[in-house]
Design a protein around this ligand. Structure first.
Ligand code: NIG
Ligand code: FE
Length: 410
């Protein structure tokens, strides 16, 4: 069955635009009084509503009777939404001026979430993940990457990745799982960082592969986590095992982005501490630079240099980093809108960063643009002018969201 949706005041297909570098709003195609024909979860045709009505007379019509702007669904290519417990105490201490070390000494930090997530029963983890994914979905985020990394031993990493797999059966959103066993060296592992990473390569990754739980790995490169040298070896070996790579890079100190590029990682994420050298490396590579304004807001620190990355020619995606510690808010559009005002990103650059420029970070081929053959993952905002979406800084939410052509209900 074919359905014609429309007329929309404006449709922004976000197709045919460059993957890298600066974008001006004038480069956006805006279809005024547009329509879209969908069938079996995919887009069949897109264009002026009246033309589609003539060319597809066999369509059922879903009439849009209010001003609406149609966009592709957003892709959040970096989250940690599978976790249990809160870190509200960390946050209260942080805004009161306590340091990272003081918070860790008081029992906070990543290890606190590891302790709570290890104790959680699998059903709770599934429910937590589904609830957060569904909230994202209603806010227009139709594809969500989800990391493990609060397990940090065999049993709990597998528990998390199985929970993510189960969660994907209970939400319409597409979940893309990633193994972040290399989030930090667990406190109860007595060997070196190299020994811990070798354990993951030998004991954990083959099981994840065999159970089809994930084919992606991530590592946190930082003074408090893993060294650049150990990380490069880990990523190269993981790639030999058939895993795609992504990196938590340059969050507090530079060094991770160079490893990401050297390892052929799909993306280097964070980049708050990237200097001209890292920006240049990323711009010359195919590694997507993923900026995470939610972590800057949660930690009260400066944003990643998104403007300079784009000017240098990099591909910039924006993700939420939704996690219990540094980025508990989880509102991707608010974060992107607020960052764009500070970093001076054009509307076109922001919408690109949330859609077709995030797709390669997850190796998604037919998602993130509205064009024939692509998934009918779409969202419609209650306005006649697309500029309102960032103008209201994320407060205006989509009135309708479709996942694979199905209307998502609240
Ligand atoms: O992406 N940077 C490291 N990891 C997470 C934070 C996780 C946590 O604090 O629980 C991040 O910001
Ligand atoms: Fe993260």
């Amino acid at each position: 069955m074919k359905i014609l949706l429309g007329p929309f005041s404006q449709i922004l297909p976000l197709s045919g635009l460059p993957l890298k570098g600066t974008l001006q709003d004038e480069q956006l195609t805006v279809i005024e009084k547009g329509g879209v024909v969908i069938s079996a979860g995919r887009i069949v045709a897109i264009g002026p509503y009246k033309t589609l009505l003539q060319e597809h007379p066999d369509c059922e019509v879903a009439f849009i009777d209010r001003p609406m702007v149609l966009l592709p669904g957003f892709i959040d290519c970096h989250t940690h939404i599978c976790y249990d417990g809160t870190r509200n105490r960390d946050y209260a201490m942080r805004i009161a001026g306590k340091s990272y070390l003081e918070i860790a000494r008081a029992g906070g930090g990543i290890w606190d979430s590891v302790t709570k997530t290890r104790l959680a029963d699998p059903v709770t983890l599934v429910e937590n993940t589904v609830a957060r994914a569904n909230r994202h979905l209603l806010e227009g985020v139709t594809t969500i990457e989800v990391k493990s990394g609060y397990g940090l031993n065999f049993e709990s990493e597998v528990k998390m990745l199985r929970a993510i797999q189960q969660a994907s059966l209970h939400t319409a959103a597409t979940l893309v799982p990633t193994c972040l066993a290399a989030h930090m060296k667990p406190r109860d592992f007595s060997g070196t960082e190299e020994e811990y990473l070798q354990w993951a390569l030998d004991e954990l990754l083959p099981v994840l592969k065999a159970e089809s739980l994930t084919d992606r790995v991530d590592i946190f490169i930082e003074e408090t986590a893993f060294s650049a040298k150990a990380a490069l070896t880990y990523l190269q070996k993981a790639r030999e095992l058939g895993f795609a790579a992504t990196v938590h890079a340059d969050q507090f100190s530079a060094g991770g982005a160079a490893v990401a590029v050297a390892a052929g990682a799909l993306s280097a994420d964070h980049l708050e501490a990237s200097s001209d050298h890292e920006i240049d490396l990323l711009a010359k590579s195919d590694t997507v630079a993923v900026v995470l304004p939610g972590a800057s807001l949660g930690l009260g620190m400066h944003y990643a240099p998104a403007r300079r990355l784009l000017n240098a020619g990099a591909s910039v995606a924006i993700a939420s980093d939704w996690n219990p510690g540094s980025a508990p808010m989880g509102d991707l559009l608010v974060q992107a809108a607020v960052m764009s005002a500070a970093e001076k990103l054009s509307t076109a650059e922001v919408l690109a960063a949330l859609t077709f420029r995030a797709a390669p970070a997850l190796q998604l081929k037919e998602t993130g643009q509205l064009q024939a053959g692509f998934a009918a993952d779409m969202q419609a905002y209650p306005t006649a002018d697309f500029r309102d979406i960032l103008y209201y800084q994320g407060k205006m939410k989509p009135a309708k969201v479709w996942k694979k052509g199905e209307l998502v209900q609240s």
